[in-house]
Write a protein of this length. Structure first.
Length: 441
């Protein structure tokens, strides 16, 4: 066999063995997290006593070597602590969007305990007999105690958050990079935009005239359960509009933060045009010092049935008594903050003798035209209005109230009601899903 042939065979064999080489080990992940704790353990006393108070807690974890380190910093050195408290800590690998879940240790989490702070601590692991022990190491100023544990059984864990208590002083934090999703206008709008793309396809994604907003003023934080109810998740109130052929589609939705995921719910919409159409004015709602009123509206000012309503809460009535010029009025109701493009109307009010005409529009192109005559002499007032609003059954709502909200909800009143049936125009905007029953929860 000549030398050249031998070299070729060696090269072929080397090529065959390359795929069998061991893959490089996965890179270790070093996780760290911590939280500054307030001085919340001080109590009024007449002796000028300073009580032990946790000021910072932090943890470091190396998932490759199975090394775990916890450091706790206090407001006073260990030598000045007469009765050190106990220490209990849970290192959780339960993926969660809520730090409250770190209070409950999953089966494969680490639990650390020290009968006396600064003294020996132990870590127990589910499924393993025995425990790991560590003596607390004090810093030079004796204000920080550090516990370190290392064992192969600690390696490869997906630690997520830490929850503990040093006596009555509690602390919780996420490891950096594992913080939960926060509900913001930006990600709420992105979630709603994606949902509208799924539902309406090209008519939404290809629309050149679209508007969508989840303002920060309408992001409602989560609440914890209490004696009044089970609590709620954080959610954003959103509204949208886009052109769909010769018509527009507009509506609203909620974007909820549920276990770290953004979920769109209560999405409702209707289609309409921007052409002004006349509205009828009910005689029993007329003001007797304002005569011969005429109203035409377009866009979202019409209901899903195509009707428009005139009542004591209608924004065009806010024009009565205003002088000619550029005036602004706004839709009445709750959860309007941040939606100025839709709810605020700029009006040009003109006068011809006792006749007034207002031509109004918002920034989305919704319009209304309203004309009326002011009486030169006040007319006699009509009989008192019914004591209960005719649009609602099951509860007596004051027809002269400026606004109602659902009791226990996020609205700001000033009046509140429980469950009611909507049998007419929902002037107070209580029935968000349009099923005829309001304030169901």
């Amino acid at each position: 066999m000549d030398v050249n042939h031998l070299i070729c065979r060696m090269l072929v064999l080397a090529t065959l063995f390359v795929p069998l080489a061991a893959a490089p080990p996965a890179a270790a992940e070093l996780r760290s997290g911590g939280v500054d704790d307030p001085l919340d353990q001080q109590r009024p006393n007449l002796e000028g006593r300073v009580y032990l108070d946790l000021t910072r807690a932090e943890a470091h974890y190396d998932d490759a070597s199975g090394t775990l380190r916890l450091s706790l910093t206090y407001n006073k050195p260990a030598a000045e602590v007469a009765a050190p408290p106990s220490l209990n800590v849970v290192f959780s690998d339960e993926e969660t969007a809520d730090l409250r879940a770190c209070d409950i240790a999953p089966l494969d989490a680490f639990e650390m305990h020290a009968d006396v702070l600064y003294g020996p601590a132990s870590v127990e692991l589910y499924g393993y007999e025995g425990e790991l022990r560590s003596d607390g190491q004090l810093s030079e100023d004796q204000r920080t105690v550090t516990y370190a544990f290392a064992h192969a059984a600690l390696a490869g864990r997906n630690l997520w958050c830490v929850s503990g208590a040093s006596g009555a002083d509690r602390f919780k934090f996420f490891f950096a990079g594992h913080e939960p999703t926060r509900l913001t206008p930006r990600n709420a709008q992105a979630a709603l935009r994606a949902e509208l793309g799924k539902r309406f396809g090209e008519s939404f994604t290809g629309s050149r005239r679209s508007w969508l907003k989840c303002p920060k003023e309408e992001i409602i934080p989560a609440s914890e359960p209490d004696e009044y109810g089970p609590g709620r998740v954080a959610f954003a109130i959103c509204e949208f509009q886009f052109r769909q052929g010769a018509r527009y589609r507009g509506g609203g939705a909620s974007v909820n933060l549920i276990q770290g995921q953004l979920v769109v719910s209560d999405l409702g919409s209707t289609t309409y045009t921007k052409t002004l159409r006349a509205c009828s004015i009910r005689p029993d709602l007329r003001r007797y010092d304002v005569l011969n009123r005429r109203l035409a509206v377009s866009g979202m000012l019409r209901s899903r049935s195509g009707r428009c309503y005139d009542n004591s809460a209608a924004m065009w009535r806010d024009l009565h008594g205003k002088r000619p010029g550029i005036r602004r009025v706004g839709l009445h109701g709750t959860n309007r903050a941040g939606f100025e493009a839709r709810v605020v109307f700029r009006c040009r009010l003109t006068q011809n003798g006792h006749r007034y005409t207002a031509r109004c529009a918002n920034r989305l192109g919704d319009k209304f035209r309203y004309s009326y005559t002011l009486a030169t002499k006040p007319r006699s007032r009509p009989p008192a209005s019914p004591s209960c609003h005719p649009s609602y059954r099951g509860a007596c709502l004051d027809p002269d109230a400026s606004d109602y909200d659902c009791a226990g909800g996020s609205g700001n009143g000033p009046r509140y009601t429980g469950r009611v049936r909507v049998v007419g125009n929902d002037v107070f905007g209580l029935d968000r899903d349009g099923d005829g029953v309001a304030c169901e929860t």
